[in-house]
Design a protein around this ligand. Sequence first.
Ligand code: ATP
Ligand code: MG
Ligand code: FE
Length: 347
Amino acid sequence: QLILGIESSCDETGVALVRAGEGGAVPVLLAHALHSQIDMHQAYGGVVPELASRDHIRRVLPLTREVLRESGEHLEDVDVVAYTRGPGLAGALLVGAGVACALGAALDKPVLGVHHLEGHLLSPFLSSDPPEFPFVALLVSGGHTQLMRVEGVGRYEILGETIDDAAGEAFDKSAKLMGLGYPGGPALSRLAEQGSATAFKLPRPLLHSGDLDFSFAGLKTAVLTQAKKLGDELPARKADLAASTEAAIVEVLVKKTLAALQKTGLKRVVVAGGVGANRHLRAQLNAACAQAKVRVHYPELHLCTDNGAMIAMAAAMRLQAGQQQPNRDYAFDVKPRWPLDAITLAA
Ligand code: ATP
Ligand code: MG
Ligand code: FE
């Protein structure tokens, strides 16, 4: 089966084509194309929803043509059109859903609404070292920070999650107040490589809370306090502050992930979402997992943040796992708010 996937939940338009394998074979990514709106939103210091929707409209069909050209496939041969149904910005989601349903109706093919976080979660199956179920998942993105027990496709149990900001938000907000632009996570991480992680004492929120929840709002405040205290010295100490901030976030993520492994008794962990691209996180987690004799899997670096490949992949894996016939009434309804543990395989 040939599956076209469309992602438009936030500020990236992504389109991809995946071929679902026979039986248990892992689906294959044939082509994917991406347009990031970061440059457009940067001037506003964050995503402007109305601008995001309008740009998705401009990008989605050219990207679809690009993917077809690159893969050598024909639109008429697409068997299922998948799109991100939620969570995300309502107007942005409606663009992808609208285009997917229009294509489905025109081609007389079914459409399948995919959960964005399920896309992130299953994206490591596109890597050269795909995981096997069951596993603990650490989902660390711009809007979410969750530890999950994953038994299979559509079988997700949330073990813990952030009670305020997400890890990506902690990176971005700290970066913003250091003047590193938006979204500043990658820039903060690059700067951190030249700094000392022990230069500033920053809090490790909920590290010893005994549960698997996270909290990052207080850390951002501590970074702000520290930056103010530095005053004129800030530019000279910025790399140290960046390194100390990154170390605080990463330490909490790694320790809680290990606690989740211990609690579940599982010996495999999968990292997904934009912060999964962070080099310090990968290094620390790899070291901790090697010691605990736990296998760790990541998405390819360029598939950590939003993309269409993960949406096509999630749809392919759902169909392979026995997802009921996708819908043909093209009555697309998006779900801007949609908890991951609310979905099952039939839904
Ligand atoms: P969600 O998936 O929760 O709806 P999102 O789609 O905006 O949110 P992603 O695209 O998965 O999130 O990830 C974007 C986030 O990842 C941003 O906060 C960004 O700063 C962060 N990020 C990307 N690369 C890095 C990196 N190398 N180090 C730290 N943070 C990073
Ligand atoms: Mg984004
Ligand atoms: Fe995302």
